[in-house]
Ligand binder design. Structure first.
Ligand code: M6R
Length: 610
């Protein structure tokens, strides 16, 4: 949530910051701004815009910032105060000597604001962030680093900061406490950013700032200090991410590109993790002996990752015969979960920066549980705070609606469940063989569905006028129904609910009439006939049925208004395949409605605040 970029170097900062900011737009896009220290007189010039970065870019054409090689910039997802120009970052202190950008939340901002107001500081915005600029100004005694260090010690909450000052045209200060921030090391230039892709075209030498660290950067070098002001050493990582992985490469949207990347992501995962009939889970950091001792599993995650976890519960319980409890992270952290040293906590997160999931992990570790994470972003906070990490390596996911990260999380959960089942001796070798054979067929099955793009687009368009959707599934495809509904609502803004089909008669069937579309996930399975009964009950009440069914199922045609066929695969694996048409339905409905697919309203890619 919110993107930060900062630059200090020998080039003009404006185009560098603007370009990098565009690559962070997925983190928030309701307002933005850039501030630059002028090379000539060291005055700080500031430009802001409401809305997307394109608005700022247009404004800068007529009102350029002038030449300056030190600057900070920000794209915002509003927490405190409306998404207006005045609330947009960067924020000045009253003397306009200090300029800050902030990602996160300052929990004690009101207290600090009241104190500073009494001292005569004038606040212009409704944000929590503005207090930081005034506080630095209040504590400044000629040394910028020291003023930031002292300020950070007084702030409560979680945040990442970038700070510049007209008194110090040779310094960029950055601080991290709970929100992601990286440093890019270049030649005679250095950068800060919320995420690596922002500066990938400038440098691949990355330092991951740790919580409680404050960096002082000049054009020549970087020094990092802890909260007490002691200099600390740091490691420079060479990042190998490809630049094209953060570009659309001819696709209309990142979401569509990412849907299309799924076969590749999955086949890469299975090729590297399945060796004969062995599952290789490098990074797990738990030996077979440790796995044997696990008595129960708790999965924590949010949003789409939570739906992956729900599938994981079915699969792990089935294959490893261990009880699995699953919670959305925001609930887990505020109840009193019963966990101990024999509980394994699995945290699932694409970004690895989701505030609630990180808090849940901290809670679990404090109670003595071992934590492993299933995570996409290498070096993320979650990965660093877990005992073991299973990277999905799905590549950067830019579209706010998660697609390839989900199927990759499912792939990893299947692998983990098989591994655990083997270690616990709950799986016969023949069953392992069947599942492994089935997994290897999944990438091709997904490719087959992608070939149906035109048909799915047609079905989506024909149903895009409905004002309400229900998604129904049973058993292991109940989570698929939840995921289909989430995908649709977040990018089409159509109210959509996912239900276990067996729940229909307990309430939701009251919604059904000719104005409702119902997406039924009905592959061949043990609950196929039950699903057909549900479908008939909906038809009897004039609901429109879109069925996701197994190839070769001719019976379903009699019951559904539209049928999208998915290849038949090993039954337990259907969620990983069935979700693909659901992603495409959501995508094409959003396109038909003229929505911004990649940056839907009110959302941001990673939810780094509570
Ligand atoms: O980065 P994470 O996987 O932890 O993110 C969790 C959710 O915020 C995320 O899945 C969200 O629900 C997506 N927008 C869904 O498409």
């Amino acid at each position: 949530m919110c993107g930060i970029v900062g630059y200090i170097g020998d080039k003009n900062a404006q185009p560098i910051l603007l370009n990098a900011l565009k690559r962070l737009e997925y983190r928030g896009y309701d307002s933005c701004g850039i501030g630059i220290v002028a090379d000539k007189n060291h005055k700080i010039n500031l430009r802001k815009a409401q809305g997307k970065i394109q608005n700022l870019s247009n404004f800068l054409k007529d009102h350029p910032l002038g030449s300056g090689s030190l600057g900070i910039s920000h794209t915002r997802w509003a927490t405190h105060g409306k998404p207006t120009k005045v609330n947009a970052h960067p924020h000045f202190d009253s003397s306009k000597k200090f300029l800050i950008v902030h990602n996160g939340i300052i929990e004690n901002y009101q207290e600090i604001k009241d104190f500073l107001k009494e001292k005569g500081y004038k606040f212009l915005s409704e944000t929590d962030s503005e207090v930081i600029a005034h506080l630095i100004s209040f504590l400044y005694r000629g040394n910028l680093l020291q003023a930031v260090q002292e300020s950070v010690r007084k702030l409560r909450g979680s945040f990442a900061l970038g700070v510049i000052s007209s008194d110090h045209p040779d310094r960029l200060i950055a601080a991290r406490l709970g929100s992601p921030l990286i440093i890019g090391i270049g030649k005679k230039e250095n950068f800060i950013a919320s995420d690596v892709p922002a500066i990938l075209d400038k440098t691949r030498k990355i330092v991951y700032l740790k919580d409680g660290e404050i960096a002082e950067m000049t054009r020549k070098g970087v020094s990092i200090f802890d909260l007490a002001g002691k200099k600390v050493s740091y490691k420079i990582h060479q990042v190998s991410l490809k630049l094209d992985s953060v570009q659309k490469e001819g696709f209309a949207h990142f979401m569509l590109k990412e849907i299309y990347e799924q076969p590749k992501v999955l086949s890469r995962m299975f090729a590297s993790r399945i060796k004969g009939s062995k599952i290789v889970l490098d990074g797990l950091s738990l030996k077979d002996g440790d796995l044997q001792k696990i008595k129960d599993i708790v999965i924590v995650a949010c949003g789409t990752a939570y739906h992956a976890g729900l599938v994981g519960k079915y699969v792990i319980e089935d294959l490893a015969r261990i009880p699995v409890l699953i919670d959305v992270s925001s609930e887990f952290r505020y109840r009193t979960p019963i966990i101990d040293k024999k509980t394994l906590v699995i945290a699932i997160s694409q970004s690895g920066e989701t505030a609630d999931t990180l808090a849940a992990v901290r809670e679990a570790r404090a109670k003595g549980a071992k934590v492993i994470s299933i995570c996409n972003v290498v070096g993320s906070s979650l990965a660093r705070e877990s005992d073991g990490v299973l990277y999905t390596h799905a590549g950067p996911e830019i579209g706010v609606a998660s697609t390839k990260a989900y199927t990759a999380q499912l792939g990893m959960l299947y692998l983990f469940a098989v591994k655990l089942g083997m270690v616990k001796k709950k799986l016969k070798p023949s069953k392992v063989k069947d599942i492994v054979r089935g997994l290897k067929k999944v990438p091709n099955a997904v490719s087959q569905i992608l070939k149906l793009k035109t048909k799915i687009a047609k079905v989506a368009k024909a149903n895009s006028h409905f004002g309400c959707f229900l998604f129904l599934g049973r058993n292991i495809n109940f989570p698929s129904a939840l995921e289909g509904a989430l995908k649709l609502k977040e990018i089409s803004y159509i109210p959509a609910e996912g239900y276990a089909a067996g729940e229909m008669k307990h309430g939701p069937i009251a919604l059904i009439d000719e104005y409702r579309a119902v997406v039924c996930i009905v592959p061949r399975s043990d609950t196929y006939e039950k699903m057909i009964s549900n479908i008939q009950e909906i038809r009897a009440r004039k609901g429109k049925i879109i069925a996701i069914a197994s190839e070769g199922d001719d019976v379903i045609k009699q019951h559904a208004n539209n049928v999208i066929y998915i290849p038949s695969i090993y039954k337990m694996l259907t969620p990983i395949v069935a979700v693909v048409p659901l992603q495409l339905i959501a995508y094409y409905i959003s396109v038909a409605r003229g929505n911004d697919v990649d940056q839907p309203r009110n959302l941001a890619k990673s939810v780094t605040v509570e």
